[in-house]
Design a protein around this ligand. Structure first.
Ligand code: FAD
Length: 711
C-alpha cells in the first residue's frame, strides 16, 4: 500500500510535468547505512529515491526465498539459519560477485549475509581516530536512536532463556579461570578488557533485525520516499563539480535518473562498491581512472573529460579486522548440533519458534570475549573472540585483532569493472603481527597446561607466529572513501570526504557507508555503521540548502526534530508479537506504526514550508526572542546571517563561553560573530556557548535558545 502510494506520488508528479521523475536525494545502495540515511532524509520532507541493485530479502520487505518449513519466513529472517544460508539454501543471489570479499548485494546489504554479531561500539572506537565533530559525545545521541530501534540482544528468546549453552559454559569456565569477568555486551559496551558475554545478536522479536526491519517500513510509509530494487548505480553524472543525477542499469539497460536542482547524491553501496561508483564518476587515483577509461568497450562507462577528473585517494587505506581460527578439545561435555538441526528443524524446534522462543532465535556463536594489549609502539590493540561448538566436545574460537590495528591496503578496479585489492590489507605491520602472535602464544601456554579445561587441539610445534600466518579477513572493511579534514587532492591528504561527508571537489556528492569510516571499531561493524549513518543524516540535513531543493533550509530543523519523534516509535515497533506468521504480523504492525509516522512526516513537511516562509522574512528584530523568532534569520554586525533555532542545542564543539548579562540572543550571536571560527551559539540563561561546528541537533528544554550561522 505504502509503496503504491509513493510510486503514484512520483509517477503522477512526473506525468504532470511530462518528464521522468527527479529527486532531491538519490541514494545508491540499500544496506544499513543507505536505508537509515534515506529514512531520516525523507522525514525532513525532501523527495528521496533509494536505489538497490539486489532483491528483496526479508518476507516483510517482499522477499520470497522461503525456509522450507514456513511460508512467511525467508532464509534471511530466521536467526538460527543465518550461518547456513551460503551453503545450504538454493538462493545464493545475496552475494555480490564483483568485489574482492564477501559483500551483500541484496536489500539490507551485509545485514542479510552477516553472522548477526551485534556489538555496540565503545566510546574509544570513535574517540581514538574519528575527527572532531565525530567523537563519541558527538554521535552518542545517534547511537541512542539506533539502539531504540535496533537494540540487539544477548538473550533473544522471548522466554529469556539461553539455548544450547554447553560451549558457552566451556568457554566461560576457562576464561573465568583466566581472570575474565562476565558482562552484557549490549548494555556494557565500554567493558572491553578481560571480559566475556553471551553472544550479542542482531535479533528482535525472534527475527533478524536491522534497518530492513525497522527503518525501512518507516520510510515506506512516506509518500516522498521511493525504494527501487534491481537497479545498479553505475556512476554519478557530473557537470564539473556538480552532480546532476546518476546513471543506472536496470535489466541490462542504461538510463539516467536526475536530481532536482540543488539535489544531492549519496553513495551507500558498501566499502567495495561505493569506490567503484566513484571511479566510474571520474573520482579516484589517476591510475584507477585510466583503467576505467581504457575499458569503456567492456564496461560502457562514460567518464567525464579528464580535465574534470578529481584525484582523490579512493580505495587507499582500506582496513579490516583479522581473524585466526583456533580449535580446542574440552574436558567437559560440549554438544554439537549439525546443520540439519537448523535447516530442517523438527517441530520441537519450530513450534517454540512460532512463539519467538528457542534456539532458532539465536545466531550460531555462543560466547564472545574481549581484551586488549599495549604493544611496544605504545598503542592499544583490542582482541575479540567469537566462540562456538564445532564438534562433540570440540570448540572453535575466531580470534579477531580489532581496534588499534595498523595494517591497511588499497582497493582498485579491473578492466571488467570488478573491485580488487591492489595492496592486501591484512597483517602487514610488524606490530600487528607481534600483537596477535603474542596473544596466541599466551593462549597456547594456558591451553596446554595439564589442568586446562580447554585443550589446544593442534600439534605441539604450533606457535603464535605460525598460527597467525593462517588468517582470514573479518568482513568488517572500512575506509575506502575516508572522512577527514586532510583533503586528499592536496599535500598527500588521505581523505576523500569532508566532515559533512561531501566528496572533496564536488558540490553535492556524499558517502555515508562504511567506506567513510576512518577507523575500525572493537567489535563487528554493523552497529557502528548504523550509528555513523544516523549521525550522517543529521550532518547532511544541517548543511545549508542548495538552491531549489524542495524543502527550505529550515526543513533541517523540522527534520531533526522528527528524528527524535521517530525514535519514540520503538515502543510501537517492539510491540510486534512473534506468532506463527511472524513476518506477516510484523509487516502489518509496522504499517500501523507508520500511520503515526506519516502524520508526523507530513507535519514536518508542513512545518518546513512554514519555516521556509518565515526564514525569508527579512524584517530584522533588534533581538530575536523565543519562541516567536524560531526559524527566522538574524543578521549579525558583520553581515553574517544566523538562523534562530529555539529550544535547540547543538551539542559539543564549544570553543568559547561568555556570560551575556543582557540575556539577549542578539548579543550572544554578535559575540559569536566576532569570534573567529564561531558558527553556532546555544544560550542557557545568560550563558552564551559559542561553537566551532554546527553539531548534532538536540531538541532541548525550553530554556535553550540556539542560532546557527547560515551565510
Ligand atoms: C559475510 C559477512 C559477515 C559479516 N558479519 C558481521 C557480523 O556478524 N556482525 C557485524 O556487525 N557485521 C558483520 N559484517 C559487516 C556488516 O554487515 C557490514 O559492515 C555492513 O553491512 C556495512 O554496511 P554498509 O551500509 O556500509 O554497506 P553494505 O551492507 O555493503 O550495503 C551496501 C548496499 O549497496 C548495494 N549496492 C552495491 N552496489 C550498488 C550499486 N552499484 N547500485 C545500487 N546498489 C548497490 C548492495 O546491494 C547493498 O545492499 C559482515 C559482513 C559480511 C560481508
Amino acid at each position: 500500500m505504502s509503496r503504491l502510494l509513493s510510486l503514484s506520488f512520483f509517477v503522477l508528479g512526473a506525468l504532470a510535468q511530462g518528464t521522468s521523475p527527479s529527486y532531491d536525494y538519490i541514494i545508491a545502495g540499500a544496506g544499513p547505512a543507505g536505508i537509515i540515511v534515506a529514512e531520516r532524509l525523507a522525514e525532513a520532507g525532501v523527495s528521496v529515491l533509494l536505489l538497490e541493485r539486489g532483491n528483496a530479502s526479508t518476507y516483510a520487505s517482499g522477499g520470497r526465498s522461503l525456509v522450507p518449513w514456513n511460508n512467511t519466513l525467508t532464509q534471511y529472517d530466521v536467526p538460527g539459519v543465518r550461518h547456513y544460508i551460503k551453503n545450504s539454501f538454493a538462493d545464493k543471489s545475496e552475494y555480490c560477485t564483483d568485489t574482492p570479499g564477501n559483500a551483500g548485494c541484496i536489500l539490507g546489504g551485509g545485514t542479510m549475509v552477516n553472522q548477526l554479531a551485534y556489538i555496540p561500539p565503545q566510546n574509544v572506537d570513535f574517540d581514538d581516530k574519528w575527527p572532531v565533530g565525530w567523537k563519541w559525545t558527538d554521535v552518542a545521541s545517534a547511537a541512542e536512536r539506533v539502539h531504540s530501534l535496533n537494540p540487539g540482544s544477548t538473550n533473544p528468546s522471548a522466554d529469556g532463556a539461553h539455548y544450547d549453552q554447553t560451549s558457552y559454559n566451556a568457554f566461560a569456565n576457562f576464561f573465568s579461570a583466566q581472570g575474565y569477568t562476565s558482562v552484557d555486551a549490549i548494555s556494557e559496551p565500554n567493558s572491553k578488557h578481560d571480559v566475556y558475554s553471551h553472544a550479542p545478536y542482531n535479533v528482535k522479536n525472534g527475527l533478524v533485525a536491522g534497518p530492513v526491519m525497522t527503518y525501512l517500513p518507516m520510510a515506506q510509509a512516506m509518500s516522498n520516499f521511493k525504494l527501487q530494487l534491481h537497479t545498479k548505480v553505475i556512476r554519478a553524472v557530473r557537470n564539473g563539480s556538480t552532480v546532476t543525477g546518476v546513471e543506472v542499469e536496470v535489466d541490462g539497460q542504461r538510463q539516467i535518473i536526475s536530481l532536482n536542482n540543488g539535489g544531492r547524491v549519496i553513495l551507500a553501496s558498501g566499502v567495495f562498491s561505493t569506490p567503484r561508483i566513484l571511479f566510474n564518476s571520474g573520482i579516484g587515483p589517476n591510475e584507477q581512472l585510466q583503467i576505467v577509461a581504457g575499458s569503456k568497450a567492456t564496461t560502457n562507462v562514460t567518464l567525464p573529460a579528464s580535465s574534470d577528473w578529481i584525484n582523490l585517494p579512493v580505495g587507499q587505506g582500506i582496513k579490516d579486522h583479522i581473524i585466526v581460527t583456533l580449535n580446542f578439545n574440552t574436558t567437559e561435555s560440549v554438544d554439537f548440533l549439525d546443520t540439519s538441526y537448523f535447516i530442517k528443524p523438527s517441530s520441537n524446534i519450530t513450534d517454540p519458534y512460532s512463539h519467538g522462543n528457542g534456539i532458532l532465535t539465536q545466531g550460531y556463536q555462543r560466547f564472545t570475549f574481549w581484551t586488549s594489549n599495549t604493544t611496544s609502539d605504545g598503542s592499544v590493540r583490542y582482541f575479540q573472540g567469537t566462540c562456538y561448538a564445532s564438534g562433540q566436545n570440540y570448540v572453535s574460537m575466531k580470534l579477531y585483532l580489532t581496534h588499534g590495528l595498523t595494517s591497511s591496503g588499497a582497493l582498485g578496479i579491473t578492466a571488467a569493472g570488478n573491485t580488487v585489492y591492489t595492496v592486501d590489507p591484512y597483517l602487514n605491520t610488524a606490530e600487528d603481527k607481534y600483537a596477535i602472535a603474542s596473544f596466541i602464544d599466551n593462549l597456547l601456554v594456558q591451553t596446554r597446561k595439564a589442568d586446562s579445561t580447554l585443550i589446544y587441539s593442534g600439534p605441539s610445534t604450533d606457535t603464535g607466529a605460525s598460527l597467525s600466518k593462517v588468517y582470514t579477513g573479518g568482513s568488517h572493511w572500512v575506509a575506502t572513501a575516508k572522512m577527514g579534514t586532510d583533503d586528499g587532492r592536496v599535500n598527500n591528504g588521505t581523505s576523500v570526504v569532508d566532515l559533512n561527508l561531501k566528496v572533496y571537489g564536488t558540490d553535492n556528492l556524499f558517502v555515508v557507508d562504511a567506506s567513510m569510516h576512518p577507523d575500525l571499531p572493537t567489535g563487528n561493524l554493523q552497529a557502528t555503521v548504523q550509528v555513523a549513518a544516523e549521525a550522517a543524516a543529521v550532518k547532511i540535513l544541517a548543511l545549508p540548502k542548495q538552491q531549489s531543493l524542495s524543502s527550505s533550509s529550515s526543513s533541517s530543523s523540522s527534520a531533526t526534530s522528527s528524528i527524535s519523534t521517530s525514535s519514540s516509535s520503538t515502543s510501537q515497533l517492539s510491540s510486534v508479537s512473534t506468532t506463527s506468521g511472524m513476518s506477516t504480523q510484523l509487516s502489518s504492525s509496522a504499517s500501523s506504526t507508520l500511520v503515526t509516522l506519516t502524520t508526523s512526516a507530513s507535519t514536518s513537511s508542513t512545518s518546513s514550508s512554514t519555516s521556509s516562509t518565515s526564514s525569508t522574512n527579512t524584517a530584522q528584530p533588534t533581538n530575536p526572542t523565543c519562541p516567536k523568532s524560531d526559524g527566522t534569520t538574524f543578521t549579525a554586525k558583520s553581515g553574517a546571517v544566523f538562523l534562530v533555532e529555539c529550544y535547540v542545542d547543538r551539542v559539543g564543539h564549544d570553543i568559547a563561553y561568555v556570560d551575556v548579562p543582557t540575556n539577549r540572543i542578539a548579543d550572544c550571536v554578535n559575540k559569536c560573530d566576532a569570534l573567529p571560527g564561531c558558527v553556532d551559539i546555544s544560550m542557557s540563561g545568560t550563558a552564551c556557548y559559542m561553537k566551532g561546528v554546527v553539531g548534532e541537533k538536540i531538541v532541548n528544554s525550553k530554556y535553550i535558545r540556539g542560532a546557527r550561522r547560515i551565510s
